[in-house]
Write a protein that binds this ligand. Structure first.
Ligand SMILES: O=C(CO)COP(=O)(O)O
Length: 146
């Protein structure tokens, strides 16, 4: 029997942060593999090359991947976002990035934008601190069913 996946997590990194994200994913693979994973195109590819994790990859960020993940956030399909942003390099798709970060705040989705907070979120995830997300989703599902 396959283990039921718990929450849905989006993994995103800008180019200069991809190596860091790969190291993070390798270190936390045991935690990450219990969950359904989504990513922007290149980030997911890099992580899958370095781990045994299965990741649903959206388009690359500059080609709309951030917006696709944002749409999932607004549909209540993402429970946590780790987005290792590069704060020192201008990105051509800056409006898409801002929109995704904004949607995380609109929908109260836990969001880490650097390694330090990413580690905290992952450890909190494993400790069950995000179980309220499953309850929140079930409550919304029931209210839609009524
Ligand atoms: O640009 C990104 C996020 O804004 C990341 O996209 P990639 O993972 O495709 O490089």
């Amino acid at each position: 029997m396959t283990e039921e996946k718990k929450l849905s997590i989006a993994l995103i990194a800008h180019d200069k942060k991809k190596k860091d994200f790969v190291k993070l994913a390798v270190s936390y693979e045991e935690i990450l593999k219990k969950h359904t994973l989504y990513s922007t195109g290149t980030t997911g590819q890099r992580i899958m090359e370095a781990t045994d994790l299965a990741i649903h990859r959206f388009k690359s960020g500059p080609l709309g991947g951030d917006q696709q993940i944002g749409a999932y956030v607004s549909d209540n399909k993402i429970d946590m976002v780790i987005f290792l942003r590069d704060p020192l390099t201008a990105q051509p798709h800056e409006p898409d990035i801002s929109a995704l970060l904004r949607l995380c705040d609109v929908y109260e989705i836990p969001l880490a934008t650097n390694l330090g907070s990413a580690e905290l979120l992952l450890r909190g995830l494993d400790a069950g601190f995000l179980n309220w997300r499953a309850v929140a989703k079930e409550t919304e599902r029931k209210s839609i069913d009524i």
